[in-house]
Design a protein around this ligand. Structure first.
Ligand code: PNS
Length: 168
């Protein structure tokens, strides 16, 4: 039986930390579905379609090839565990950088296990990505800082053009 996992998140936008987790998870599972999930608690900068495109471009840039083994999809409504069932995934992958991430993630992992017996596996972020978050990257880009250490070139370009558009 093949092992199938889902790596969900807002990915607004995807960072090098997320991409590192995706690459490592893709090496462990037979199939990995990177899933852009609508989080009603957040107001995203990029549409879900733009986030999917940025993930695909970033995977290509880093030589992480999406195809049968690695796919990128969106979930705009409904439960994550229902998507997991639909693609026959029994595992959710989450990255964590610190104990605050675990405090945030643990209840979701417990609810997902309770709802549908889907297990969550946490992957520790690589130390060099420990301070990277989508929200900080957006803030740095908005203030014309250099985000090239934190995101792919495609994401850096998208952030720069979104910031330029907003400034008119
Ligand atoms: O990157 P984020 O915003 O922290 O990701 C959180 C996300 C979107 C993965 C989480 O909110 C989620 O799984 N939402 C889907 C709705 C759902 O299944 N909720 C119940 C269990 S958490």
């Amino acid at each position: 039986m093949s092992s199938i996992a889902v790596y969900p998140g807002s990915f607004d936008p995807i960072t090098l930390g997320h991409l590192d987790v995706a690459r490592r998870a893709a090496g462990i599972f037979d199939e990995l579905h990177i899933l852009v999930v609508h989080n009603p608690a957040k107001s995203p900068l990029f549409s879900s379609e733009e986030r999917v495109e940025l993930i695909r471009a970033s995977l290509g840039e880093l030589g992480i090839h999406s195809g049968a083994k690695l796919s990128v999809d969106t979930l705009d409504s409904g439960l994550l565990v229902n998507y997991c069932k639909m693609v026959s995934a029994s595992t959710i992958i989450k990255g964590f950088r610190n104990s605050s991430d675990l405090d945030y993630e643990l209840p979701m992992a417990q609810v997902n296990k309770d709802l549908a017996a889907v297990e969550t596996i946490f992957m520790a972020s690589a130390p060099e990505h420990g301070l990277v978050s989508s929200s900080l990257v957006k803030q740095v880009a908005e203030l014309d800082g250099d985000v090239s250490k934190y995101v792919s070139r495609a994401v850096a370009r998208a952030l720069a053009s979104s910031s330029a558009n907003r400034k008119g």
